[in-house]
Design a protein around this ligand. Sequence first.
Ligand SMILES: Cc1cc2nc3c(=O)[nH]c(=O)nc-3n(C[C@H](O)[C@H](O)[C@H](O)COP(=O)(O)OP(=O)(O)OC[C@H]3O[C@@H](n4cnc5c(N)ncnc54)[C@H](O)[C@@H]3O)c2cc1C
Length: 142
Amino acid sequence: METRIAVTDHFDVIVAGGGTAGVVAAVVAARMGSKTLLVERSGSLGGLTTGGLMGVMWGTSDGLSGIGKEIFQRLLEIGGAQGGNIIPFDTEALKQVLCGMIKEVNVHLLLYSMVVDVIKEGDQIRGVVVEEKQGERLCSPK
Ligand SMILES: Cc1cc2nc3c(=O)[nH]c(=O)nc-3n(C[C@H](O)[C@H](O)[C@H](O)COP(=O)(O)OP(=O)(O)OC[C@H]3O[C@@H](n4cnc5c(N)ncnc54)[C@H](O)[C@@H]3O)c2cc1C
């Protein structure tokens, strides 16, 4: 089937997948000043951690550092987690925290959208094809 590209957008950083890894990558890229796109095929952020109803992080809260600690503290602030030797957390609260962090730094977020292909020049990825409700769009580096 012929691929139809509806819209072309340019970004410094494009992250495929809004699980915890993807959200953190997108937030950090945007905090460093990059125009960032985050593409997530489901309707919420957090991937397996939220959608898989994980509910408990194994590890002591005192041992957290960096952005993991920041996420935990944001969860604590809204009553979405408890500290201790294991960390029980509310998956809906984590979705809220991750979404807030994305919004704060103006990451361009596409939900219900899937990266379905990449455009390559030699070994370099020049863009990704994103399939969403309106059709397909090509997103490429600036
Ligand atoms: C029961 C259970 C308990 C666990 N406990 C712990 C724990 O205590 N501590 C710990 O550190 N880890 C734990 N893990 C592991 C942890 O959940 C995973 O390591 C973590 O969720 C991986 O995050 P991720 O962002 O890399 O991937 P995922 O959470 O898998 O996220 C990937 C995201 O990418 C999206 N996606 C995929 N393909 C595309 C595409 N083509 N286009 C757009 N979006 C796409 C998916 O929808 C998803 O949202 C546990 C896992 C399970 C199942």
